[in-house]
Design a protein around this ligand. Sequence first.
Ligand SMILES: *Cc1c(COP(=O)(O)O)cnc(C)c1O
Length: 481
Amino acid sequence: MTKQDQETQQIISDVDLEKTFLGSVESGQSLPTNVLPDKPMAPDVAAQLVEHYRLNEAKANQNLATFCTTQMEPQADELMKNALNTNAIDKSEYPKTAAMENYCVSMIAHLWGIPEEEKIYDDFIGTSTVGSSEGCMLGGLALLHSWKHRAKDLGFDIDNLHTHKPNLVIMSGYQVVWEKFCTYWNVEMRQVPINGDEVSLDMDRVMGYVDENTIGIIGIEGITYTGSVDNIQALDQLVTEYNKAAVMPVHIHVDAAFGGLFAPFVDGFKPWDFRLKNVVSINVSGHKYGMVYPGLGWIVWRHNTADILPKEMRFQVPYLGKTVDSIAINFSHSGAHISAQYYNFIRFGKAGYQTIMKNVRKVSMKLTEALKEYGIFEILVDGSELPINCWKLADNANVKWTLYDLESELAKYGWQVPAYPLPKNRDDVTISRIVVRPSMTMTIADDFLDDLKLAVDGLNHSFGSVDESNISVDNKTTVHN
Ligand SMILES: *Cc1c(COP(=O)(O)O)cnc(C)c1O
């Protein structure tokens, strides 16, 4: 050590600089990544290192791609922090969390058209999950097991996969969980292709995919790709007709991952829920329009009966000296999300959710208006139903760039607006999508629209417009500069 180094060392230890984050030894080293570090570090330093690293991720407010909640009230943050050490599966140890879970299931069921007079917990049944994916898995499994029982009763040889391989009918723009479901449980996925610009279940063709081995049809109240909805009311009528003569009546499960806690609060939706009699179960993500941070979903079955929720899917866990059904796939997870959902429900009530969702829709409509003004975007989904904006470049758009270019350009301003192809059959069409979430206030929308203008101007400038396509290469270079 040189004399100067020694002096510096002395000064540093005199003022405890090495105990501060920027003065710490660790700040001058790369982050441990592959193996557990040999030595501990001070908690403040470790915490700041992690935070420092994490903050280089996208800013939640500018992530217009996600459906998931990025902002809750400080009171909810506090509640969640305090409940993080509870385990939602230990119903005897945490009976109040278990009770709040039941209250939420009941409130959700009633939002979905379960008749008001049905006694709480008596007829319908449901559970919290870690998200809609687990909800969809459970909904699908209940359809599968219910079909197996009914098929056995009818004398089908269900072990013969040549004659009786179970199948599931769904439109081709499904969320990936349905593919996982079919792969994990060896169910044939029958995808109904989309027809023209109608990005939803094709009512003219869907019943052609149904046979005696169909465990169910999935109706999607909120298609992830575009934010459009399946016409589940029409589907229900088709199924009613089909079931009149069917050996094996078919059931509907509704995947309402994001529509399920939006549609009940605003007008403009056809009946899609338990008001329709062939709908046996519905899932929703609490962490989407339920306004809870990621890690929460729900599923409700319309009747607490073995014909739609078979006995083998119910596992007994102790609860207050008796036992109750545990239906979830996941075992241990924190009860914090349940407290937060219950908080949101009692804090906002129906009127609160209505007001918030109306604001959300207002923002979505404003985005549509602004996009239309460019004259180059064709609006596919305008936000007047679910608050999703979806557009493509109009066929006559006078531009040389693509929506992928727009995605990259917007990213320079920090905004995440994904571009991607439509589902099978229409995958020649590229679209962009914005999900308007409750935390996307008009302020944020206005800010985004300012940057969108800069991005479009920038693209036109650097790519040139089609009008300029016959100008000389030299001139183009000038345009670029
Ligand atoms: C988001 C989504 C899912 C998956 O939900 P998670 O809560 O993220 O697990 C399933 N289906 C649809 C239609 C979705 O939008």
